[in-house]
Design a protein around this ligand. Structure first.
Ligand code: FAD
Length: 431
């Protein structure tokens, strides 16, 4: 039986490798990190979460919550690791990023059917291939992809948020609380009064940014990843109704709602690191230090990882892929992960799962599967391959994509759709 080659041991590549090996097919998994890392990567281990440590909502009636549950039902390695390395984060699933990545690396490296090759792939090989090189792809592979996709290769910009050490947070000012007390005080909140906020806003507007090849007005940002200072540039309210929203966060010391709040979320199992929620930035490092130190409670915060911004590449799947994640021009080459135009950690993993299963089916001389759009995994694959190609942008899981039974009353429709999706997804376990 033919083996499958995978390029990239990220979220998509690891999940693809796992699903293929589960189906008794041999995998060659190429990963270049131990030889060459990019400026966003900090670990040598696989499936690195490059920015937030949150895999977002864990609630079933939330679209990404449903996607996670679908992945759990098909024995996803990424979800197994996320659940094993979960941290307190209210209704979200946040993980210790180092342990999460190490767990996956150990499982992959120790799997008898997965052969890891620590090498950079410069040319897509012949045979059955899952291209899961991620949105930060560079060098000769990026060049080949560009040639393969022509004018249908795009990019946008994505930024990561700084992380601070817990023991440098002033807990005489900051306080623990989950919004509306949903959760056990999983977040640390830094409260601003109006004067503090105005001074912070002013400094933020004046702070120097790292300039790239494109000016800020030429750059395309994805809404959920927009740099904090760019949100600020759109007006004070963008912050006060966005990442600095104070509602549901009454300060227990004053009994009052602060004017604005910056939230911090636990980043490691030991609770020694916290990331600043929604504070993804491209400010220069010295400016980040100045701005972070203006946050009440973070006056002396030690920044252990600074925010950076990166070009994020994706292809126009609406033109190039079919709903099995195969390239129409090369039906044995699958494209999975963020580069396929799905957006987010869980979505990348889900596309890797489906691309991997289909690669395994081809290796067995069987027909690849198209999932129904009444499953979230199927709905994502359907969306990216049937969207309007002229306006194609990466897409998060959401209920707008899911096919639902419109005859069911509105107040019961979502729950029925979730039940149906979870029943249907198990078909993958028989393949
Ligand atoms: C700056 C930034 C911040 C982001 N923040 C978030 C966030 O907070 N939350 C969220 O849900 N999503 C975020 N995303 C989006 C997305 O979820 C992540 O990019 C995610 O890691 C995508 O998974 P992936 O498997 O497609 O790619 P990756 O996880 O990037 O994995 C690709 C792997 O392929 C390897 N590789 C690349 N080229 C080669 C080659 N030629 N040969 C061998 N190996 C190669 C890389 O080293 C890497 O390990 C962010 C993206 C970027 C760029």
């Amino acid at each position: 039986m033919e083996k499958v080659t995978i390029i990239g041991a990220g979220l998509a590549g690891c999940e693809a490798a796992w699903q293929i090996a589960k189906r008794n097919i041999m995998v060659d998994l190429y990963e270049m990190k131990s030889i060459k890392r990019n400026d966003i990567q900090h670990l040598d281990t696989f499936a690195e979460l490059v920015c937030s440590n949150s895999l977002r909502s864990n609630v079933l009636t939330n679209a990404v919550g449903l996607l996670k549950q679908e992945l759990r039902s098909i024995g996803s390695l990424i979800m197994e690791s996320a659940d094993a390395n979960a941290l307190p984060a209210g209704s979200a699933l946040a993980v210790d990023r180092t342990n999460f990545s190490q767990y996956i690396t150990d499982k992959i490296r120790n799997h008898p059917l997965i052969h890891v090759i620590d090498q950079e792939v410069e040319t897509i090989p012949e045979g059955i291939v899952v291209i899961a090189c991620g949105p930060l792809v560079e060098g000769k592979l990026a060049h080949q992809l560009q040639q393969l996709c022509g004018n249908d290769a795009f990019h946008f910009y994505d930024a990561v948020a700084p992380i601070v050490s817990y023991d440098s947070i002033n807990m005489d000012v900051a306080y623990r609380k989950s919004r509306y007390d949903k959760g056990d005080g999983d977040y640390i909140n830094c409260p601003f009064d109006k004067d503090q906020f105005d001074a912070f806003y002013q400094a933020l507007m004046e702070a120097p940014k790292v300039e790239g090849h494109e000016s800020i007005d030429q750059m395309i940002f994805f809404d959920g990843c927009m740099p904090f200072e760019e949100m600020a540039r759109r007006g004070v309210k963008t912050l006060l109704f966005g990442p600095m929203k104070p509602v549901g966060l009454i300060d227990p010391r004053t009994g009052k709602r602060p004017y604005a709040v910056v939230q911090l979320r636990q980043d490691d199992a030991a609770g020694s690191l916290y990331n600043i929620v929604g504070f993804q930035t491209r400010l220069t490092w010295s400016a980040q230090k100045q701005i972070v130190h203006m946050i009440p409670g973070l006056e002396n915060a030690q920044i252990v990882r600074y925010g950076v911004m990166h070009r994020n590449t994706y292809i126009n799947s609406a033109v190039l892929l079919d709903a099995t994640y195969a390239l129409k021009s090369h039906p044995h080459w699958f494209v999975a992960g963020q580069i396929s135009g799905v957006e987010g950690y869980v979505e990348s993993c889900a596309s890797g799962a489906l691309a991997g299963i289909n690669a395994a089916l081809i290796a067995r001389n069987m027909e690849p599967v198209v999932l129904p759009s009444s499953t979230m995994m199927g709905a994502m694959a359907h969306y990216i391959t049937h969207a309007n190609p002229h306006y194609f942008q990466p897409m998060n899981a959401n209920f707008g994509l899911l096919e639902m039974d419109l005859t069911i009353p509105k107040n019961k429709r979502k729950e029925a759709a979730v039940a149906q999706a979870l029943a249907q997804i198990t078909v993958l376990n028989s393949l």
